[in-house]
Design a protein around this ligand. Structure first.
Ligand code: UD1
Length: 341
C-alpha cells in the first residue's frame, strides 16, 4: 500500500513534496481548499507526476468534511500535514483565525486518523520554535523558547498536541515533527514554485520580484547586527531537498522505536541577507538594487541548524547549494512572467 494523504498539497512545500512522493512511486491524495494556493498548480502537478493524484477541495477546520474525506481514503498509509496559515505578521493582527485554522484542522485530522486507523503522521513544524537561539547551531535538544507570534505558537502547540496524542490511548499513532529552517527555490523544471499572495514578506521571493522589476529595490532590514556583514543570518534550504526529507521521514516511521521524533531540516550553513542577494545577482546575471532600512520588528539575528540527526537517522542530507536555490527561484519567476497562473 503506497497511498499517502498530503494536506496543503497545492501549496509551496506541499506541491514539491507531492512531486518527490510521486517519484518514489506513491499515489497521492491532496487535500487543499485553495485558501493560500492556486488551482493552476493542480494541472501543473499532474504534468510533473507519473503516479495517480487525487485532489479533495475541502477545509480541514470543518470537522464533518474532514472525517468524511479521511474515511474515503482510509486505505492511505499516512498523512503529511502541511495545511496551515503561515503569515507571521497577519497572525499577530488576527490571532483567532490562526488558532482555529491551524489547530482545529490538526485536531480533526487526528480524530479522523483514529476513526479510520491511519497511524502515521508527518507534521510541518518550524525552526521558529527555537526563537533566538542561545547556542548555535541548534540541535533538536536546543531549548524551545516562548513563541514570538500566534503563528509560531500554533506550531509549538501543534507539536504538543501530537506528543500528547502519541502518548495517549485514543489512537495508535507514530509521528515525526519536521522543523523547517528557511525553504527557498523551486522545482528545476520551473513548472511549480512559491506563489506568494500579495507582496511577499520573505526574502528570496521579494528579491526575485525586485529583479523582475516589480519593486524599486530590496529593503534590507538592518545592517547593524553583530554579524560579518551586519545583516541577519538564516539557514536557507532548497525546497526540493526539504521535499525529499519528507519521503525519507515517512519511510522512517516504521523503523522508529519511539512513537514520536523531531528533526531539523536545514543545510547547516548560515547565509546573510547580502550573501543571498549576491547569489541572486549571479542567478539573474545583473545588479539588484537595495537599500538598508531599520531592523524588522521581531526578527532574530542569526540561526542555522545542526543537521547531524537528520543526516544520521533519516539518511538525508541537503544536496543543493545556495546558487541552485536562487537559479531555480529565478527560473520559476521567469516562467511565471511568461505564463502567469
Ligand atoms: C519568516 C518567519 C518565520 C517563518 C519563515 C518561513 C518572521 C519573523 N519569521 O522567517 O516564522 O517560519 O519566514 O519562511 O516573519 N529580509 C529583508 N528584506 C525583506 C525580507 C526579509 O532584509 O524584504 C531579511 C529578514 O530581516 C531576515 C531574512 O531576510 O533577516 C529572512 O527573512 P524571511 O525570509 O522573512 O524569513 P524569516 O524572518 O527567517
Amino acid at each position: 500500500m503506497n497511498k499517502v494523504i498530503v494536506t496543503g498539497g497545492l501549496g509551496y512545500i506541499g506541491s514539491h513534496t507531492v512531486v518527490a512522493l510521486s517519484e518514489e512511486g506513491y499515489q497521492v491524495v491532496i487535500i487543499d481548499d485553495l485558501s493560500n494556493s492556486h488551482e493552476g498548480i493542480w494541472d501543473r502537478l499532474q504534468s510533473l507526476c507519473s503516479t495517480e493524484l487525487t485532489w479533495e477541495r475541502i477545509n480541514l477546520s470543518e470537522r464533518t468534511q474532514t472525517l468524511e474525506t479521511i474515511q474515503r481514503h482510509h486505505d492511505a498509509m499516512g498523512i503529511i500535514h502541511f495545511a496551515a496559515s503561515k503569515a507571521v505578521g497577519e497572525s499577530v493582527l488576527h490571532p483567532l483565525p490562526y488558532y482555529r485554522n491551524n489547530l482545529c484542522s490538526l485536531i480533526y485530522l487526528l480524530e479522523a486518523m483514529g476513526a479510520h486507523g491511519i497511524s502515521r503522521m508527518i507534521f510541518s513544524s518550524s525552526c521558529t520554535v527555537y526563537g533566538e537561539p542561545l547556542t548555535l547551531p541548534v540541535t533538536e535538544e536546543s531549548e524551545i523558547q516562548s513563541a514570538q507570534s500566534p503563528y509560531g505558537n500554533t506550531k509549538q502547540i501543534g507539536e504538543e498536541i501530537i506528543r500528547d496524542v502519541v502518548n495517549g490511548e485514543e489512537l495508535d499513532l507514530k509521528a515525526i515533527c519536521l522543523r523547517y529552517f528557511n525553504p527557498v527555490g523551486a522545482h528545476p523544471s520551473g513548472i511549480i514554485g512559491e506563489l506568494p499572495l500579495g507582496t511577499p514578506a520573505n526574502l528570496l521571493p521579494y528579491i526575485m520580484q525586485t529583479a523582475a522589476g516589480d519593486h524599486e529595490h530590496l529593503r534590507v532590514w538592518g545592517d547593524d547586527y553583530p554579524t560579518p556583514d551586519g545583516t541577519a543570518i538564516r539557514d536557507y534550504i532548497h525546497v526540493m531537498d526539504l521535499a525529499e526529507a519528507h519521503v525519507k521521514a515517512l519511510s522512517h516511521l516504521d523503523d522508529m522505536s519511539s512513537r514520536i521524533d523531531y528533526f531539523n531540516l536545514g543545510t547547516g550553513a548560515g547565509t546573510s541577507v547580502l550573501e543571498m542577494l549576491a547569489s541572486a545577482e549571479r542567478a539573474v546575471k545583473g545588479k539588484i538594487p537595495y537599500q538598508v532600512y531599520d531592523r524588522r520588528l521581531g526578527d532574530i539575528m542569526k540561526i542555522y541548524a545542526d543537521t547531524a540527526k537528520a543526516n544520521a537517522v533519516l539518511g538525508w542530507k541537503a544536496k543543493r547549494g545556495l546558487d541552485e536555490m536562487t537559479e531555480t527561484a529565478w527560473k520559476w519567476m521567469q516562467s511565471l512572467k511568461e505564463s502567469p497562473i
